[in-house]
Write a protein that binds this ligand. Structure first.
Ligand SMILES: Cc1cc2nc3c(=O)[nH]c(=O)nc-3n(C[C@H](O)[C@H](O)[C@H](O)COP(=O)(O)OP(=O)(O)OC[C@H]3O[C@@H](n4cnc5c(N)ncnc54)[C@H](O)[C@@H]3O)c2cc1C
Length: 563
C-alpha cells in the first residue's frame, strides 16, 4: 500500500478533542499532522452580509465550504461546525465541569443504561489544564457597563424569586486584559502570536458569538491550542477531509483525505486524494464525524465493537423562548438578547443523584442571545403593525401639506414609524441542557448517516424542564414558548454526544477509558462521540479534558515527555 508521508500521529478534526491532542502530542515531541476539513477563520472573516451568510454552510457536494454543518434526523435537528477550531468557532463559550455525581454507573440491564468508566477525580487535573489554556473569565457583571445587561439581571432576579441556584460560569472570552479592569473593544495585549498573525480586541457585547467573533474576543481553539501546536511543529492542513482509513500491513494506519479547493469545481469521479501514514491515529471529527468514519470503514476494522453507533444523546438540549416579560408594576421589561455575549449565566437544577430529596434528572438553564440583525427579523415578523404605523405617517404628512402646517422637522413622526423593538427586546432565547436518556443509535443507510432517537424515552426529563421554564418566565411576568419543532416532539441539539462510547470492555464500548479503540492499538477517538451519556452542562470542557487525559496516556505509552 503506497503512502507518501509518515507522522508519529495523525489527528482528524480540530475541535475540542483534536486541538488538545494535537498540542499535547506535538509539545511532547511527536510529529503531528492535523487534517481539518473546514477552513481557517481569522478575525473579520466571518460573513455578515446576506449572500455570505447564505453560503456559510458545509456541503462540498453542493459547492458549499462554509462553517455551519446542519443535520436532520428522525427526532432531532443538530448543528455542528466545520472549520479550523471546530465547534469553538460557533460555540457560546461556556466552560462548566461535569457534576461529580453525574458520572453515572448504571446496571447493564437498565434500558438506555449509562456507565461512565471514569470519575470526576480522573478528569479534575485535566479540567485544570484546559481551563488555564482557554483562559476562562466569568462575565464581569459587577462592573459597568456589564452590570446593566438586562438578560443576566432577569435570570438572576427570577432565580432569586424562585430560590434557584444561579451562577456566572467561566466563559472562554477575553473581557479584560491581565491586571486591568474589563473594557469593551480594548486591544488584547501580552499574548503570544497566533496562527492567523492577527490582533484581537476584548468582547464588544454584540451577541455574535454563535456566528463567529469578528473581533477575536472569543478564546477559540485557533488562538490557543492550535497556535501552540503549530509552534511545536504540528503540520496543520485545512480543507482536508478524511474519507478512508486502513490498517497498514507493516503497522500503524493509513488515512486518505480529499483536498478541497473551493475555487475549483470538484469532479466527484476523480477526487484529489492524498494518503498519509501514522503510528497513531486519533479520530476527533466530532459526534457525527467519527462514528460516521468508523461505520463507513468498518470492513477494514472488522473487530470494532458492536457498540459502535450506540449511546447517542442530545445532551438534553431544548431551545425555548421567554417573551412578553413585564415588571412588577405591569410595565415593559426588556431582556435585550443582542447585548452581551450569547450566554452569560446559568441556573442549575439538581438531580436525584445529588440529593435524595430531589426527583428527576438534573439540568442547566442558560440565557441565550442573538446578533442585533435577528432583532430586525423579529420585528419584521410583526409586519402588520409596522405597515399600519407607516400608513398613518403618510396620511399625517399629506394632511400637513394640505392644511399648510408650517413645521418642517418631522423626526418625531419618523421615529414613531420605526419605533417598537419591544417585541425583539422582550424575547429571550433560553437554552436548557441536562441528563436525557442516551439511547439513540447511529447506523448507515445507503451510505448516509442515520440516527434512531426520540424524545419519548426522556419524557419525564423534558416535562421537568418545561415546568421549570414556565416558572422562570412567570417570575419575569412573561410566558415561555417552544420552537415550532416541539409540536412534533423534535428538538434542536447543539451538543450531540455518543456513537463511539467509552466502556469497560468491547461489548460495552468502542473505546476504553483512555479513548483507545478496543482491538486496535494506536487507534483513538477523542471527541464528543466517546461520551457514554449526556455530560449535563455544556460539554466542550469535558471533551477537552478527556482529550488531555488521553494525550497523557499516549505520551506515557510512547515514553515521550509529558507536560
Ligand atoms: C451554536 C452552538 C453553541 C454552543 N455553545 C457551547 C458552549 O457554550 N459550551 C460548550 O461546552 N459547548 C457548546 N457547543 C457545543 C460544542 O461546540 C461541541 O460540544 C464541541 O465543539 C464538540 O467538540 P468535538 O471535539 O467533539 O467536535 P467538534 O468541535 O465538532 O470538531 C470536529 C471537527 O472535525 C472536523 N471534521 C469532521 N469530519 C471530518 C473529516 N472527515 N475529515 C476532517 N475533518 C473533519 C470538523 O470540521 C470539526 O472541525 C455549542 C455548539 C453550537 C453549535
Amino acid at each position: 500500500m503506497e503512502s507518501t508521508e509518515h507522522f508519529d500521529v495523525v489527528v482528524v478534526g480540530s475541535g475540542f478533542g483534536g486541538s488538545v491532542a494535537a498540542y499535547r502530542l506535538a509539545a511532547g515531541g511527536l510529529t503531528v499532522c492535523v487534517l481539518e476539513r473546514g477552513r481557517p477563520y481569522p478575525p473579520t472573516s466571518f460573513p455578515r452580509d446576506p449572500a455570505g451568510l447564505a453560503r456559510n454552510l458545509w456541503d462540498p457536494s453542493g459547492g458549499l465550504y462554509g462553517m455551519f454543518d446542519i443535520w436532520s434526523f428522525r427526532g432531532l435537528e443538530a448543528v455542528v461546525s466545520s472549520g479550523l477550531g471546530g465547534g469553538s468557532l460557533i460555540y457560546a463559550n461556556v466552560l462548566i465541569r461535569k457534576d461529580e455525581r453525574w458520572f453515572v454507573k448504571e446496571d447493564r440491564r437498565t434500558p438506555g443504561y449509562e456507565y461512565w468508566p471514569i470519575t470526576r477525580d480522573d478528569l479534575d487535573p485535566h479540567y485544570d489544564a484546559v481551563e488555564q489554556m482557554l483562559d476562562g473569565q466569568t462575565y464581569p457583571f459587577e462592573h459597568a457597563p456589564y452590570s446593566s445587561t438586562a438578560k443576566t439581571r432577569a435570570m438572576k432576579d427570577a432565580a432569586a424569586d424562585l430560590g434557584l441556584d444561579w451562577r456566572l460560569p467561566k466563559l472562554a472570552v477575553t473581557f479584560a486584559n491581565k491586571g486591568r479592569p474589563p473594557v469593551p473593544g480594548e486591544h488584547i495585549t501580552g499574548e503570544p502570536d497566533n496562527l492567523h498573525h492577527a490582533s484581537r480586541t476584548t468582547c464588544q457585547l454584540c451577541g455574535e458569538c454563535d456566528i463567529g467573533c469578528n473581533y477575536g474576543a472569543k478564546n477559540t481553539l485557533d488562538y490557543n491550542y492550535l497556535s501552540r501546536a503549530q509552534d511545536h511543529g504540528a503540520d496543520i492542513r485545512t480543507l482536508a477531509e478524511v474519507d478512508r482509513m486502513d490498517i497498514h500491513p507493516r503497522g500503524g494506519y493509513v488515512v486518505r483525505y480529499v483536498q478541497h479547493d473551493p475555487l475549483v469545481k470538484a469532479d466527484p469521479a476523480e477526487p484529489r486524494t492524498t494518503a498519509v501514514h501514522a503510528d497513531k491515529l486519533i479520530l476527533a471529527a466530532g459526534t457525527f464525524g467519527s462514528p460516521y468514519l468508523l461505520l463507513r470503514n468498518r470492513a477494514a476494522f472488522p473487530a470494532l465493537s458492536p457498540a459502535l453507533g450506540s449511546h447517542f444523546s442530545g445532551n438534553g438540549d431544548l431551545l425555548t423562548f421567554i417573551n412578553h416579560t413585564r415588571t412588577e408594576t405591569g410595565g415593559f421589561r426588556a431582556l435585550d438578547p443582542s447585548i452581551g455575549p450569547v450566554i452569560t449565566s446559568a441556573i442549575r437544577m439538581p438531580d436525584a443523584l445529588d440529593d435524595a430529596g430531589v426527583q428527576g434528572r438534573g439540568f442547566y438553564v442558560e440565557d441565550g442571545g442573538n446578533p442585533a440583525f435577528l432583532d430586525y427579523l423579529e420585528e419584521v415578523s410583526g409586519a402588520p403593525s409596522i405597515t399600519l404605523r407607516a400608513a398613518s405617517f403618510l396620511l399625517r404628512r399629506l394632511w400637513a401639506h394640505a392644511s399648510g402646517d408650517p413645521r418642517s422637522n418631522y423626526s418625531e413622526q419618523v421615529s414613531a414609524v420605526v419605533r417598537g423593538g419591544d417585541r425583539s427586546s422582550s424575547t429571550l432565547p433560553v437554552l436548557t441542557m441536562g441528563r436525557d436518556v442516551p439511547d439513540g443509535i447511529m447506523s448507515l443507510r445507503k451510505g448516509d448517516l442515520e440516527l434512531d432517537w426520540t424524545t419519548h424515552t426522556s419524557d419525564a426529563y423534558f416535562d421537568r424542564v418545561q415546568t421549570t421554564l414556565a416558572r422562570i418566565a412567570h417570575a419575569l411576568g412573561g410566558r415561555y414558548s417552544n420552537t415550532p419543532l416541539w409540536l412534533f416532539k423534535r428538538v434542536i441539539t447543539v451538543h450531540p454526544l455518543g456513537g463511539s462510547p467509552m466502556g469497560r470492555d468491547r461489548d460495552e464500548g468502542v473505546v476504553d477509558s483512555f479513548g483507545e479503540v478496543f482491538g486496535y492499538p494506536g487507534l483513538y477517538v477523542a471527541d464528543g462521540s466517546v461520551m457514554p451519556g449526556p455530560v449535563g452542562p455544556n460539554p466542550s470542557l469535558t471533551i477537552a479534558a478527556f482529550a488531555d487525559r488521553l494525550s497523557t496516556a499516549v505520551l506515557s505509552r510512547t515514553g515521550s515527555s509529558s507536560r
